[in-house]
Design a protein around this ligand. Sequence first.
Ligand code: GDP
Ligand code: MN
Length: 389
Amino acid sequence: MKLHEYQAKELLADYGIPVPRGKVARTPDEAHAAATELGTKVVVKAQAHTGGRGKGGGVKLASTPDEAREAAEAILGMQLVTHQTGPAGLPISTVLIEEQVDIARELYLSVAIDNSAGKPVVIASAAGGMDIEEVAESTPEQIHNQLVYPHCGFQPYQGRALAFATGLDGDLLRPAAALMENLVRAFNENDGAIAEINPLVVTGDGQLLAADAKFSTDDNADFRHAKLTELRDTSQEDAREVEANEAGIENYVKLDGNIGCLVNGAGLAMATMDALKFEGGEPANFLDIGTANSADAVVAALKIIGSDPDVSAVLVNIFGGLARTDIIADGVVIAKNEGLLPQPTVVRLAGTNVEEGLKILDESGLDLIRADGFAEAAQKSVAAAADAS
Ligand code: GDP
Ligand code: MN
């Protein structure tokens, strides 16, 4: 789950990380009041689950409360498009009004999971305020890492090493190392997926300040963080992913292709996507229905796939172990009859109760494309998608 910048900053402040003074506003008048109360020049920042807001017109400087109101008028209600959002952008209903920071230097600092090392990693760079992917691409020597070993934690020497490497020496050495330690603590205690401060600012008077903050958590740990999950803003998420969550489908991920997939088990899901790609197709989603043995759950899942305008054909690929293929077949028939699945639909069933499952499909009289085995299912799906689009 992703937090908004203002939420992330509140969290980081709780861990002793210095952030600029700021206030949230949801109307231009509130923005005016916030700027008045702060009593300084301010920056008005769109709150959206994306980076690159600055370049997308979502961050504006304002010298007076009237200017802050104008900036908020321009930003509130916009669909903010950045290099991360796709062309539809994200709706903006909240702005953060913050005191302007006197920026002497901009650095980059984050904690993320290094999947190959199987540990959190602290990443620091003197090249702050820019896209870190770009820095990694063009000047990789500017990026410094320290792995966090779970049994001994983030060590003070690691903080000092990163501080030296990014030019945070002298009087900044201790506060920089302490800030890193606090960021790691915030990351660990909240089951972070990524905690990023970009830019981490050195102010004109030599203070460190988190001028931007992004924090996302590992969804699998939501149950341990009731208070954090209250901060969830579903307006920033893919509508179908939210619907899938509400229907109890944990594993639905929207992808860029045009073949909708209903499968069971994450392994089968990945193998199905590989098979489609191998045949020259592109999956539109990853949907693992698991062992949901209820036709309702199957219908809910197919409704989500069927209502996606990007989907031009659907592949139902089920290997029934604990999952019963006759229940899957029931769900497919209901979804078809209710008009929830208008796209050409390829069905491949194998495993538990497959005779009953196939019989249900046969007796439905529906125009379904049947496939035996993986390769045939993938070929027929790719062909159906090509015909339909
Ligand atoms: P992002 O584009 O979504 O990463 O949003 P940021 O919060 O990082 O803002 C983008 C850029 O706006 C920063 O890199 C800064 O250069 C600039 N910026 C943000 N806050 C301030 C501020 O208080 N004062 C000044 N002068 N610039 C700021
Ligand atoms: Mn930023």
